[in-house]
Write a protein that binds this ligand. Structure first.
Ligand code: GDP
Length: 139
């Protein structure tokens, strides 16, 4: 397994719209290995905790409501330079600004409902991976 990890979530919009398979295919084609994965749904408390860094932002309520609105796929991905390479693969937060061919350009519908999450640092990748997965679920 490669040295670096990142945590992704395929968000409720992309799950609802039937894009799980296409997104996982794009992720593995880009050289990421999946070392943990589950279909799950965040509770209100889960979403508030996961996104607590954004709690003062005006969109926090909308974000929590959206992220609890249906199932998600959570996964730990491994690759050299995983955090930065995955941020490049998913594209900008706002899909209107995301580079052509990126996951958000292909599958996101708005800045809020933007198809996927990707960790923003190695430290947060570890915290977010442990948020979703017990040790025995991480391979
Ligand atoms: P990311 O690291 O690219 O996911 O972006 P941020 O960390 O800035 O924001 C976290 C998440 O909050 C984004 O992925 C969006 O789902 C949501 N978000 C960010 N900005 C907005 C906004 O202006 N409106 C709404 N509704 N959601 C937003």
């Amino acid at each position: 397994m490669a040295a670096n990890k990142t945590l992704t979530m395929i968000k409720p919009d992309a799950v609802r719209n039937g894009h799980i398979g296409a997104i996982l295919n794009q992720i593995t084609e880009a050289g990421f290995q999946i070392s943990a994965m589950k279909l799950t749904q965040l509770s209100l408390a889960d979403a508030e905790a996961f996104y607590s860094v954004h709690k003062e932002r005006p969109f926090f309520g909308e974000l929590v409501e959206f992220m609890t609105s249906g199932p998600i796929v959570a996964a730990i991905l491994e690759k050299d330079n995983a955090v930065e390479d995955f941020r490049t693969l998913i594209g900008s937060t706002n899909p209107a600004e995301a580079a052509e061919g990126t996951i958000r350009a292909r599958f996101a519908t708005s800045i809020g409902e933007n198809a996927v999450h990707g960790s923003d640092s190695d430290e947060n990748a570890q915290i977010e991976g442990d948020f979703h997965f017990a040790g025995r679920e991480q391979f």
